[in-house]
Write a protein of this length. Structure first.
Length: 145
């Protein structure tokens, strides 16, 4: 299936929120929080699209020579097509172009699928962060660029 990656715009927000809620039912970000993220660092917000439908997104920010991925998700119906890989590649490419040296992210310790995905992309577990989520610990993961 052919998909494309482009910069997010506020008109995409409802579709992104739908994916967010499907992917993270316990702790989905709110509409107002996504708007704040976009105001904070719009450059690091990308969506994946198939025939005009948003099927995935990534949001991250860059500070000095480090980047952090705040959230990434692909609609459950479109997983396994390489969309997540391409979204990560797009953000990391932006980070490298801005002089980034490393990228961080947090992931629930129970999310084995995501942890394995990140490891395949070169991320390594740095430490376990107690109660990062209200109900669970997270791993802080890092990739050197």
């Amino acid at each position: 299936m052919i998909f494309s990656i482009r910069n997010f715009n506020l008109g995409d927000l409802d579709e992104v929120l739908e994916i967010e809620k499907l992917s993270f039912p316990k702790d989905a970000y709110t509409k107002s929080l996504f708007k704040e993220f976009y105001k904070f660092f719009s450059e690091g917000f990308f969506v994946a699209e198939i025939k005009g439908k948003i099927v995935g997104y990534i949001f991250g920010y860059i500070y000095r020579d480090e980047g952090e991925i705040v959230s990434i998700s692909v609609h459950p119906d479109y997983r396994g097509l390489g969309i997540g890989n391409k979204l990560m590649e797009t953000f990391i490419s932006l980070l490298k172009n801005k002089g980034g040296k490393r990228c961080f992210l947090q992931v629930r310790v129970s999310n084995i699928t995501a942890i394995e995905f990140y490891k395949k992309l070169g991320f390594k577990i740095l430490k376990r962060e107690k109660r990062y989520y209200l109900d669970e610990d997270a791993y802080l993961m890092k990739k050197d660029l």
